[in-house]
Write a protein that binds this ligand. Structure first.
Ligand code: FES
Length: 182
């Protein structure tokens, strides 16, 4: 279903949550990141209308909110499939198979040049260091869960779970031989 322009409103609960963030800081503008996050959770990505909604809610110029949204990769500026696999290809991951893992994911989901999988449910992109170098190669799922010590088998299992919209459970840094997707 197409989203109508007047669908771009925050619910009472979402506004309450944004107000709670605003209350933590001396200036409203400091709450722009959590407000953008709430908007992204609601709409799935940050369209011009969603960014405008955040700007209006916080009484900020559109250009300021857009500047924040465009700076951070965790904010999606285009409509994308539901699940994102971000494969780290930074130094530690690059010498332990990160780039090969990235290629493997692309191949598995039959990604196009934007990284969008053929089935429209999963997309992939490379990430800079995600701070889990000791469990390289690793990836992050849709701005949330880390999956460590990636192998092709783990990627297969992960993709199967995402295809079924299954939650990838949080795990702290695991032992080398520990499963990371169940
Ligand atoms: S280099 Fe991949 S997590 Fe640091």
């Amino acid at each position: 279903m197409m989203t109508e322009k007047n669908d771009f409103v925050f619910s009472a609960d979402e506004l309450k949550s944004i107000e709670a963030h605003v209350a933590k800081y001396p200036e409203k503008r400091s709450a722009v990141m959590p407000a953008l996050w709430i908007a992204q959770e609601k709409f799935g990505w940050l369209s011009e209308e969603a960014i405008k909604l955040v700007a209006d809610t916080l009484d900020l110029p559109y250009s300021h909110v857009y500047g924040v949204a465009s700076f951070y990769t965790m904010y999606f500026k285009k409509k994308a499939p539901k699940h994102l696999i971000e494969v780290c290809t930074c130094f530690s991951c690059s010498i332990t198979g990160g780039p090969e893992t990235y290629e493997y994911v692309k191949e598995k989901i039959e990604a196009d040049e934007s990284g969008f999988g053929k089935e429209g449910k999963i997309w992939v992109r490379q990430a800079e260091c995600l701070g889990a170098c000791d469990t390289a190669p690793m990836c992050q799922i849709t701005n949330r869960t880390y999956v460590h010590n990636l192998t092709e088998e783990k990627v297969d299992e992960l993709i199967e779970k995402l295809r079924k919209d299954e939650e990838i459970p949080f795990q702290s840094v695991p032992l080398k031989d520990q499963s990371v997707v169940d």
